[in-house]
Design a protein around this ligand. Structure first.
Ligand code: MSP
Length: 485
């Protein structure tokens, strides 16, 4: 089985922040999980570097767009190892191979008769790089996302005949209801279709910073089509001398935030049809992380969560755990440093960390670090045996938070087991030696199972604990989740 997962490619006109880390972490958890299951896995992320927002930001810094993009792409790349995210390839839309393939695919779309020249007039948001419909805009002709005033723009453009795909899209959503998940996102996409799809601009004449339209050199492609195609072009050159397209196309799942649903669930499938390419199996639309007060995170409100502050204080595994644990993946959720601190102490340090240190310490104290030969408690054995399949089902449903909850139920079960069986009392009773063996073996086995399942979420912690379980260290190991100042 192959598994191909992507994140949106991030605009280089901003600094990497928690929202970018969030989608990348979720994709990384899916990729690590599938890889462990033996699936032939490919995980793609990268940066979106063309278009007006980037050209404008570069100009504001007194730089050429390419120089500005180079600077910022490095920051997005550097974020990944810091948060434990290991993609198979990092695409930049300024890569020559990407641009060449964008031209190839869109030339095909043109040759297939899906493109025409027309005059475009509409309300344009330079931050979204998108025209807005009358029904979307806020009072005072403002952008519904950025709330800035929109400009009325008119220009001669190449158009993509999106309207011609109306019926086919309706049919797609009916025949393949899980093409867009969760259901709320599917309904939103269907509501867009129900309004009636209009043709969309495929090129911009005013802008120079983009991929040139091969049949009309005065134009560059509208940045969104250049960007969407990254999911396809990357497979052609991610491995030198090898084309991975046949191996991984179509994608298993695109993870995207809810603000870019329209592009991924309407424009993208239509474009793929127009180019004669297979559609991804699923677009999974997740919610937004908001400040601790439920408002959009912003520096001026001081309600944001800085990923770098969390990394410094608690480390990458804790950040990954926190984001997928505190906000159910798919919905919106509020995040803040206080919540990180309380999850860290209550769950990572007290529940999981203690279970690990207690178990290792008892194996050393009572059995000199040897794992006794004894049967695992049959009740726990069966509860543990089903965990891997349950977590796999959650991950297949793109529910990493659900998977984590299933694991945590077992962590709590093991802690209850310790309280119930009181191994320290068994240790004082010479006749209870077999019982103590069984309790120790059960805890050891239980920790192996939960820690293996935790691997995709907390790769570092999991590797350290599995190593300690394989060869019990006789000296006291430092706490996994130390108290923080
Ligand atoms: N470049 C486009 C995407 C092109 S994909 C072909 C873009 N870039 S972006 O830099 O704005 O990144 C948007 C994505 O970052 C969101 O879709 C989401 O994945 C992530 N997030 C950014 N802010 C976020 C939150 N506050 N909360 C959750 N995710 C957020 O759009």
């Amino acid at each position: 089985m192959s598994f191909y997962v992507t994140t949106p490619i991030y605009y280089v006109n901003a600094q990497p922040h928690l929202g970018h880390a969030y989608t990348s972490i979720a994709a990384d958890v899916l990729a690590r999980h599938h890889r462990r299951r033996g699936d032939d896995t490919f995980f793609l992320t990268g940066t979106d570097e063309h278009g007006e927002p980037v050209a404008d930001a570069a100009r504001a810094q007194g730089l050429e767009p390419r120089a500005w993009a180079d600077l910022n792409a490095e920051k997005f790349k550097a974020l990944l190892p810091a948060i434990g995210v290991a993609p198979d390839f990092f695409i930049r839309t300024t890569d020559a191979e990407h641009k060449r393939r964008v031209q190839e695919v869109l030339q095909r779309v043109y040759d297939n008769g899906h493109v025409y020249k027309g005059l475009y007039e509409g309300w344009y948001c330079p931050r979204c790089a998108d025209f807005k419909t009358e029904s979307e805009i806020l009072d005072g002709n403002r952008c519904p996302i950025h709330e800035i005033e929109l400009t009325r723009e008119q220009e001669e453009n190449w158009f993509f005949r999106l309207s011609a795909f109306q019926g086919r899209l309706e049919q797609l959503f009916e025949s393949q209801p899980d093409f867009v998940a969760p259901a709320r996102a599917r309904h939103e996409a269907q509501a867009f279709i129900a309004q009636g799809l209009q043709d969309v601009s495929l090129s911009r004449a005013k802008l120079r910073w983009g991929v040139e339209v091969p049949w009309d050199e005065g134009h560059v492609f509208y940045v969104w089509f250049d960007a969407l195609l990254n999911y396809y072009t990357a497979l052609g050159y991610a491995r030198a001398g090898e084309d991975l397209t046949a191996r991984y196309w179509p994608p298993s799942v695109h993870l995207v935030g809810k603000e870019i649903l329209k592009f991924h669930t309407l424009y993208w499938p239509a474009m793929l049809w127009a180019a004669g390419l297979e559609l991804p199996r699923q677009v999974f639309v997740h919610g937004f992380l908001q400040g601790s007060d439920g408002r959009k995170m912003s520096k001026s409100l001081g309600n944001g969560l800085d990923p770098f502050a969390v990394l410094e204080r608690y480390g990458a595994d804790a950040l990954r755990f926190y984001l997928l644990r505190d906000v159910s993946f798919g919905g919106d959720g509020n995040v803040g440093m206080d919540a990180v601190a309380s999850r860290y102490e209550a769950e990572l340090a007290n529940e999981y960390g203690n279970l690990v240190s207690r178990t290792l310490a008892m194996l050393v104290r009572y059995r000199d670090g040897r794992i006794p030969e004894a049967p695992v408690d049959p009740v726990l054995e069966s509860e543990l045996a089903s965990l891997a399949a349950e977590v796999a089902a959650a991950i297949d449903g793109v529910d990493p938070s659900g998977g984590l909850e299933l694991i945590w139920q077992r962590v709590r079960r093991l802690n209850r087991y310790v309280e119930e069986r009181k191994p320290w009392e068994l240790a004082r009773d010479q006749d209870a030696s077999t019982s103590l063996d069984s309790v120790l073996v059960t805890l050891h086995r239980g920790l192996q199972v939960v820690t293996t399942e935790l691997g995709p979420y907390m790769p570092d912690t999991s590797a350290r604990v599995l190593q300690a379980l394989a060869a019990i260290p006789l000296e006291v190991i430092p706490p996994l989740f130390p108290k923080t100042p």
